[in-house]
Design a protein. Structure first.
Length: 745
């Protein structure tokens, strides 16, 4: 740590500069830097150094400064609390940070606590170039603060402060020495802050340069300091740390700033008072969240925001329907170069494609309650009904609670035997040299697993009906999504095929439910669990239509998504001999010649990485959609309520910044097993947040079981003359995967 100085309005300000202790966030342009100052009447030695040291340990420089007239900085009058002067000093500190040797001037963050937690909001707006903001225990509304003073100290105290302030202001006009009052004191005394516990709180954090005095005129400007008004114009992501029991900085005012900041706001709420954030458990929680936030927002590959551009290939009336309907993945992947947010048109209606993982995380996870499902799910709801995929809160939360017991890890573990038996049955009849339609095999496997776990008592004819209807229905859905709503319902041949297939699936589901209701017995399968599911919020359980909707949802998710992923896995394995060799060696070592068991699947580390890479490169989810329920701001872009937002997980997984050489199939990308890390925002094979896939453990184990069972005995060799093409649907699939079956030695 070194002491440096800079000038603000011609006056020397002193600061500590803590350089990053490692280069994890260093780019060719330099290191990121956090500019920090303290709150009401406080100095930089009042509890800020522990935060700065944590930032430096995480790869961030920190510049911690004293305002003019405070601590070791020069300037007169001394001890003058002026939000306007403090903001000027922040701007000067920003300029100094950008000029520091080795610092990247495009990756500067502002940090404030208490009074300065408010300052950083308007400073960020006026500067316009900061990359991130941290506002901790912030005083963001002077009027709310005065109301708090009035509540605990009474009007007489407020009048006394005003009188002293006017007296000091008059002395300043005639050039007399300042009239000081204490910054903080016990209740009932003359001080700017007299809330219970405030004096002890100040003394718990203040250092040797703190002086418990201030120019009395400072109290006159408290009501004029309203940083909350700047929150709606913030140019950068902002972390608000809220102390729920704060008696000095009203938390309700901070929540108003959060609402105004919209999608740019992240919030950490701590169950503590104003000063508890500086030490102990609450300090650890706060600083950990801040390090995570700043590391994400200031990472070297973070792209600066750019103006929102409209995607190319827009047609009159139709908008971008044609490229979305013909080759959606290629079109969406190509839009990454157009920015973090790209404007699209669905017919004449505007929509926005989100390309940045942090924006996607915001919509899926942090602010999930602000968004409903979009147009894609309106169409899927016509197929799946009001199942987990299409339903909205609070019904979605209720249904998820009822469905989740069927997919707990212990329950899923019990399904592995059925998965293994299905794979053994299908592969056991193969002959050496047999031509195999791999897409047909994987479809039969996933449908067979579902019949054994979801519908184990149903005859084979039911499975055949479902197997024929599902692909027909899914093939037509993407066209229904891309077409303008006025056109989507026209009775075209495709629409009629779609309606017939949907009717078959609904009829089968209704017949199954009626049989289970009539029988009344617990058959130990998923349908029995759904029919009998109860919880405190739904003591009556599910109605027949609700059970049907969940059955249809599982059919589509389990058969189509998992089956297509398995097809792509065998496609990649057949074209990468070294990967195939390593998978075979691992399966031989772990499984041998016996049926696959659950513990085997846990031990198949490299095979799991190959599956994770398949889910990255050939993800079965080209498009998801959301709609904000109220006006929001995305990366500075105002988005009205009801606007369609589109997210392509497949395109995210092919982002060349996130995944170098993204079209290369490389399981060793996952050598650190980060595909299992929920904090990995760039990898979302099963979605994220409260709407993430409830059956992801079921799907993962089912796919690994099929892989291990197959490769333990067979090699699937691709046809060298066949060029695999993508068949467009809601879930893109290979048009045909002809391979030849060869026994393994």
């Amino acid at each position: 740590m070194e002491t440096i100085s800079f000038t603000s309005r011609g006056v020397r300000c002193e600061a500590w500069h803590l350089a990053a202790v490692d280069d994890r966030l260093t780019s060719a342009a330099g290191r990121p830097c956090v500019v920090m100052a303290h709150g009401f009447g406080a100095t930089r030695d009042a509890g800020l150094l522990p935060f700065a040291e944590r930032f430096a340990a995480a790869g961030l420089d920190a510049l911690v400064f004293d305002y003019r007239g405070y601590g070791t900085s020069a300037g007169r009058p001394r001890q003058h609390v002026s939000h306007l002067r403090h903001r000027q000093d922040f701007h000067a500190a920003l300029a100094a940070a950008r000029a520091l040797p080795g610092v990247d001037p495009t990756r500067i963050a502002l940090w404030g606590s208490s009074y300065s937690g408010g300052h950083v909001l308007p400073v960020a707006v006026r500067d316009g170039r900061v990359a991130a903001v941290v506002s901790q225990g912030a005083a963001v509304d002077g009027i709310a603060a005065l109301r708090r003073i009035l509540a605990h100290a009474g009007p007489r105290h407020l009048l006394r402060l005003t009188a002293h302030g006017l007296y000091d202001a008059a002395r300043a006009l005639v050039g007399a020495a300042p009239h000081h009052i204490p910054v903080v004191g016990p209740p009932g005394t003359l001080a700017a802050i007299t809330a219970p516990g405030a004096e002890a709180g100040y003394r718990s954090i203040t250092g040797p340069t703190f002086r418990n005095q201030m120019c009395a005129r400072g109290v006159l400007s408290i009501a004029l300091n309203r940083p909350v008004r700047a929150a709606g114009a913030l140019p950068a992501p902002t972390l608000f740390v809220v102390a729920e029991d704060d008696d000095l900085a009203p938390p309700d005012a901070v929540r108003a700033a959060v609402r105004a900041a919209g999608v740019l706001a992240e919030v950490l709420t701590l169950p503590c008072g104003h000063f508890a954030i500086y030490s102990g458990l609450e300090f650890e929680r706060s600083v950990a969240a801040q390090v995570d936030f700043l590391s994400r927002r200031l990472r070297p590959d973070r792209r600066p925001s750019r103006p929102v551009r409209t995607a190319p290939r827009r047609l009159p009336v139709l908008g971008h329907v044609v490229p979305l309907g013909v080759k959606p993945l290629e079109f969406l992947t190509g839009l990454r170069a157009h920015g973090d947010i790209v404007k699209l048109y669905l017919g004449g209606s505007p929509a926005y494609l989100l390309n940045d993982p942090d924006l996607i995380h915001r919509v899926f996870v942090t602010d999930a309650a602000r968004y409903h499902k979009g147009r894609l799910f309106d169409v899927l709801r016509a197929i799946m009904g009001n199942g987990l995929t299409g339903s909205e809160d609070p019904f979605h939360r209720r249904q998820r609670a009822l469905v989740r017991p069927a997919f707990t890890r212990d329950r899923v573990r019990g399904y592995v035997d059925a998965m293994s038996a299905t794979a053994v049955e299908l592969t056991g009849g193969w002959r050496p040299g047999q031509a195999l339609d791999v897409d047909g095999f994987t479809h039969d496997y996933t449908l067979g697993v579902l019949m054994r776990t979801l519908l184990p008592t149903q005859p084979g004819a039911v499975g055949r009906e479902l197997g024929e209807a599902l692909p027909v229905m899914m093939r037509e859905v993407l066209r229904q999504v891309a077409l303008p709503s006025a056109v989507a319902d026209w009775p075209t041949p495709g629409r009629r095929r779609y309606e017939r297939a949907r009717a078959v699936i609904h009829r089968v589901a209704d017949e199954v439910i009626a049989a289970y209701r009539a029988d009344g017995a617990d058959r130990g399968d998923v349908i029995s669990m759904l029919v009998s599911a109860r919880d405190e919020d739904a003591p009556e359980g599910m109605t027949d239509p609700q059970v049907r909707d969940e059955i249809v949802t599982m059919l589509i998710a389990a058969v189509d998504n998992a089956g297509v992923t398995l097809s792509w896995f065998f496609h990649h394995l057949g074209r990468h001999p070294e990967v195939e060799r390593r998978v075979h060696e691992e399966v031989d070592r772990v499984v041998g010649d016996r049926p696959v068991a659950h513990d085997d699947l846990v031990a198949l580390r490299y095979t799991g990485r190959a599956l994770a890479e398949t889910l990255r490169l050939s993800n079965p989810t080209p498009i998801l959609s959301r709609r904000p329920t109220s006006d929001v701001v995305l990366d500075g872009l105002p988005v009205p309520a009801g606007t369609e937002l589109m997210i392509s997980i497949a395109a995210l997984h092919r982002d060349p910044v996130l995944y170098p050489d993204p079209m290369r199939f490389d399981p060793d990308r996952w050598a650190d097993d980060r595909h299992h890390d929920p904090a990995n925002r760039a990898y979302l094979p099963f979605g994220a947040g409260p709407r993430g896939c409830v059956g992801q453990d079921f799907a993962w184990l089912g796919m690994l079981t099929a892989i291990a069972t197959t490769v333990a005995r067979w090699r699937l060799v691709p046809d060298p003359e066949h060029r695999v093409k993508v068949k467009q649907s809601v879930i893109p699939r290979p048009d045909r995967l002809p391979m030849t079956v060869h026994p393994r030695p």
